[in-house]
Design a protein around this ligand. Structure first.
Ligand SMILES: *Cc1c(COP(=O)(O)O)cnc(C)c1O
Length: 391
């Protein structure tokens, strides 16, 4: 008999009932260190007082009105995002997938309105992940995500990772945009080198096409800048955001320049929930904390500590781990052992990590974690590695 919840997830046998900062408490009382943060969502950890306060205060006033009316919380969050980034304008969604949908529509509408409606193609890269909608799976293009779901949305050109010649050859007069994650998340924590991101920006400028960045996982302070592309000193035309921006409340956004967004006039797009007062009240509270130089400096300091410890861990368990990679507090351990075995051994050692493609385990702790929690996490990862190597 089919379970009452559609069985599309393979779930770990864990039931968390409470969260406190970087800690998750299981129904049986065990305390796990949370180095998954709900896949880079709980940027400020669990039950952060400022977020609880923002949510409950708004919950007592007004939950939802729809975008038929002005929403001051939405306006405030848009102003914060515009002030802190390259963007001139913001549309709010409820997820990364919906942000992908709008990014694709915005790029196509841009060229339509410019009188070049044939420029519908968007170049994407192997190992990418842009969500599970029809556009999202077509954009990523992997067999794993698309098999059985055809016909796929046309208009995506899939390129291998790091093949510069293929990239040059792919930019024809049907291409309107390039879409890429500055640090691949699901693909196995693969950072795009800064000079490659700069090269993509130059290529887009040369051909007058749009650069769309998917910062759903790597954005919102995760890499130690508010957005990962800032490390390369470039700006996109359109950017997808979600995950960390709501700190656990469902919220996403598409940020864009005035020029890239020019086609998105009244009536061209919408969302019932997107940018509702509850979500935006929380999003504002997240931005108040994350988008400050002191907070980001701390993320970088702690990332340095964690990375140094992980290098030591890899050195002492060469049969389990091959290398550390990633950026800021978006780190991956490339495994020699099977990554899911390491994640399971982590559960036994009371630390939560997340598997990714390319036999990697992801370490995505709350950005608020403390130094003592880093030390404890390294101890628990060491215990997990010992269990795997002696199994
Ligand atoms: C998670 C993710 C998405 C999809 O976001 P959802 O909120 O799950 O719809 C898209 N792009 C990237 C890079 C992601 O990590």
């Amino acid at each position: 008999m089919i379970p009452s919840v559609l069985p599309t997830y393979s779930r770990a046998p864990l039931t968390f009932v409470k969260g406190e900062g970087a800690w998750l408490i299981e129904a049986d009382g065990r305390r796990f260190l949370d180095f998954g943060a709900g896949i880079a969502v709980n940027a400020l950890g669990h039950a952060h007082p400022a977020l609880v306060e923002a949510l409950t205060r708004q919950a007592r006033e007004l939950w939802h009105t729809s975008n038929l009316y002005r929403i001051p919380q939405q306006q405030a969050l848009a102003d914060q995002l515009v002030a802190a980034t390259f963007a001139d304008t913001v549309f709010f969604t409820n997820s990364g997938t919906e942000s992908c949908e709008l990014a694709v529509k915005m790029a196509r509408k841009y060229w339509h309105d410019k009188g070049q409606p044939a420029r519908t193609d968007i170049v994407t890269f192997a190992g990418s992940f842009h969500g599970r909608s029809s556009a999202g799976i077509a954009a990523a293009g992997s067999e794993k995500m698309t098999k059985g779901f055809g016909p796929l949305l046309p208009g995506f050109i899939h390129l291998p990772w790091g093949d510069h010649a293929a990239l040059q050859a792919a930019i024809t007069d049907t291409v309107g945009a390039i879409l890429i994650e500055p640090v691949q998340g699901e693909g196995g924590i693969r950072p795009l080198p800064d000079q490659c991101l700069k090269g993509l920006r130059d290529l887009c400028d040369e051909h007058g096409i749009l650069l769309i960045l998917d910062e759903v996982q790597c954005g919102m302070g995760r890499t130690g800048k508010l957005f990962a592309h800032e490390w390369a000193g470039i700006a996109p035309d359109i950017m997808m955001v979600a995950k960390g921006i709501g700190g656990g409340f469902p919220l996403g956004a598409v940020l864009a320049t005035e020029q890239a967004a020019a086609g998105m006039t009244a009536g061209t797009h919408g969302s019932t929930y997107g940018g509702n007062p509850l979500a935006c009240a929380v999003g504002s509270a997240v931005m108040d904390i994350v988008a400050t130089p002191d907070f980001l400096a701390e993320v970088n300091r702690k990332a340095g500590l964690l990375r140094q410890g992980l290098e030591g861990l890899v050195a002492s368990h060469p049969s389990v781990f091959e290398a550390v990679r990633g950026s800021g507090l978006m780190l991956g351990l490339k495994c020699r052992a099977t990554n899911t075995d390491v994640v399971s051994a982590g559960y036994d050692a009371l630390i939560v990590t997340v598997p990714a493609a390319d036999n990697v385990i992801r370490l995505l702790p709350p950005l608020t974690l403390g130094d003592a929690e880093i030390t404890e996490a390294l101890r628990r990862l060491d215990a997990a590695a010992q269990a795997v190597s002696s199994a």
